[in-house]
Design a binder for this molecule. Structure first.
Ligand SMILES: O=C(O)CCC(=O)C(=O)O
Length: 268
């Protein structure tokens, strides 16, 4: 069997040295539930600056920029690896509370900044991020963390939704996000498709045993997810909705070969 390969950091990935803030409660909650929501983690002035950054970066799309919505519908757009181009984004992803929380959860004194991703949804955009796990898009072990941060306020069910405890269940096939340009490399067919969670709930094929966390969010709150936790976008909201996802990995993370499609940028 081939030995796993130590993670070679791609251009916008970075090893961050952290003075950890041990928070055993949070790491226990992530271990138990695969998800946690914390309020008021980013200051309002940082949220305002991040909204400006997203507007600015959308006007100058990078190589990973995608419009996820079908032509003619209110747009949903996303881009990756833009943190070096904006001072506030750089500060938020490389310093302070977010990498400190990640280091606390991993119990390490460094973390790997894997990826920053922003999402922009126009008012009433109905192209919702599908149910998925972040883990299978990446040829990485062990699991990593996603910090999802809304920058506009949303009601319960309009923000990210997560199935509590699903990190302990099976890994499902990654799902294509974009209506036009591929976000996945084509290959492999070895994982089962993600179950139709919304359909099964609507038809009562899933009952109260499935605990979906879908709280209201204020700007600067954070939902922290184990990369194996099933999650999806929520209902359309009547105003633009901007948010960022920042992914941090354990410093001992390794590259592994996957028998299924991974995110296109891993092939570059
Ligand atoms: O905000 C969204 O629509 C999706 C975010 C997400 O699923 C992720 O970053 O993994």
């Amino acid at each position: 069997m081939a030995l796993p390969t130590r993670l070679q950091l791609k251009s916008a990935m970075k090893l961050l040295e952290i003075s950890p803030r041990p928070d055993p409660h949070l790491s226990q909650q992530i271990a138990r539930d695969g998800v946690a929501v914390l309020s008021g983690i980013l200051e309002p002035n940082l949220c305002t600056a991040l909204i400006r950054a997203i507007d600015h970066l959308r006007a100058k799309p990078g190589p990973h920029f995608r419009t996820l919505s079908p032509v003619g519908l209110p747009v949903v757009q996303s881009d990756l690896f833009r943190w070096p181009e904006d001072a506030t984004l750089t500060q938020v992803v490389t310093e302070g509370i977010l990498p400190q929380l990640a280091a606390s959860i991993f119990g390490t004194d460094s973390v790997v900044l894997l990826e920053d991703q922003f999402f922009y949804s126009e008012a009433r955009a109905q192209t919702l991020s599908p149910w998925h796990q972040d883990h299978p898009y990446h040829p990485l072990e062990p699991w990593f963390l996603t910090f999802w941060i809304p920058l506009d306020p949303v009601l319960a069910g309009q923000g990210l939704r997560a199935v509590v405890g699903s990190h302990r269940g099976p890994l499902f096939a990654p799902v294509e996000f974009s209506a036009a340009e591929a976000t996945l490399t084509a290959a492999g067919d070895t994982l089962a498709p993600v179950p139709d969670i919304d359909g099964d709930l609507a038809n009562s094929r899933l009952g109260p045993e499935v605990n979906i966390l879908a709280p209201p969010f204020e700007p600067g709150d954070v939902m922290i997810l184990d990369s194996r936790t099933l999650h999806a976008g929520g209902k359309a909201c009547p105003h633009p909705f901007r948010r960022i996802s920042i992914r941090y990995a354990h410093p001992e993370t390794h590259i592994v070969e996957r028998a299924w499609p991974v995110a296109a940028f891993w092939q570059e």
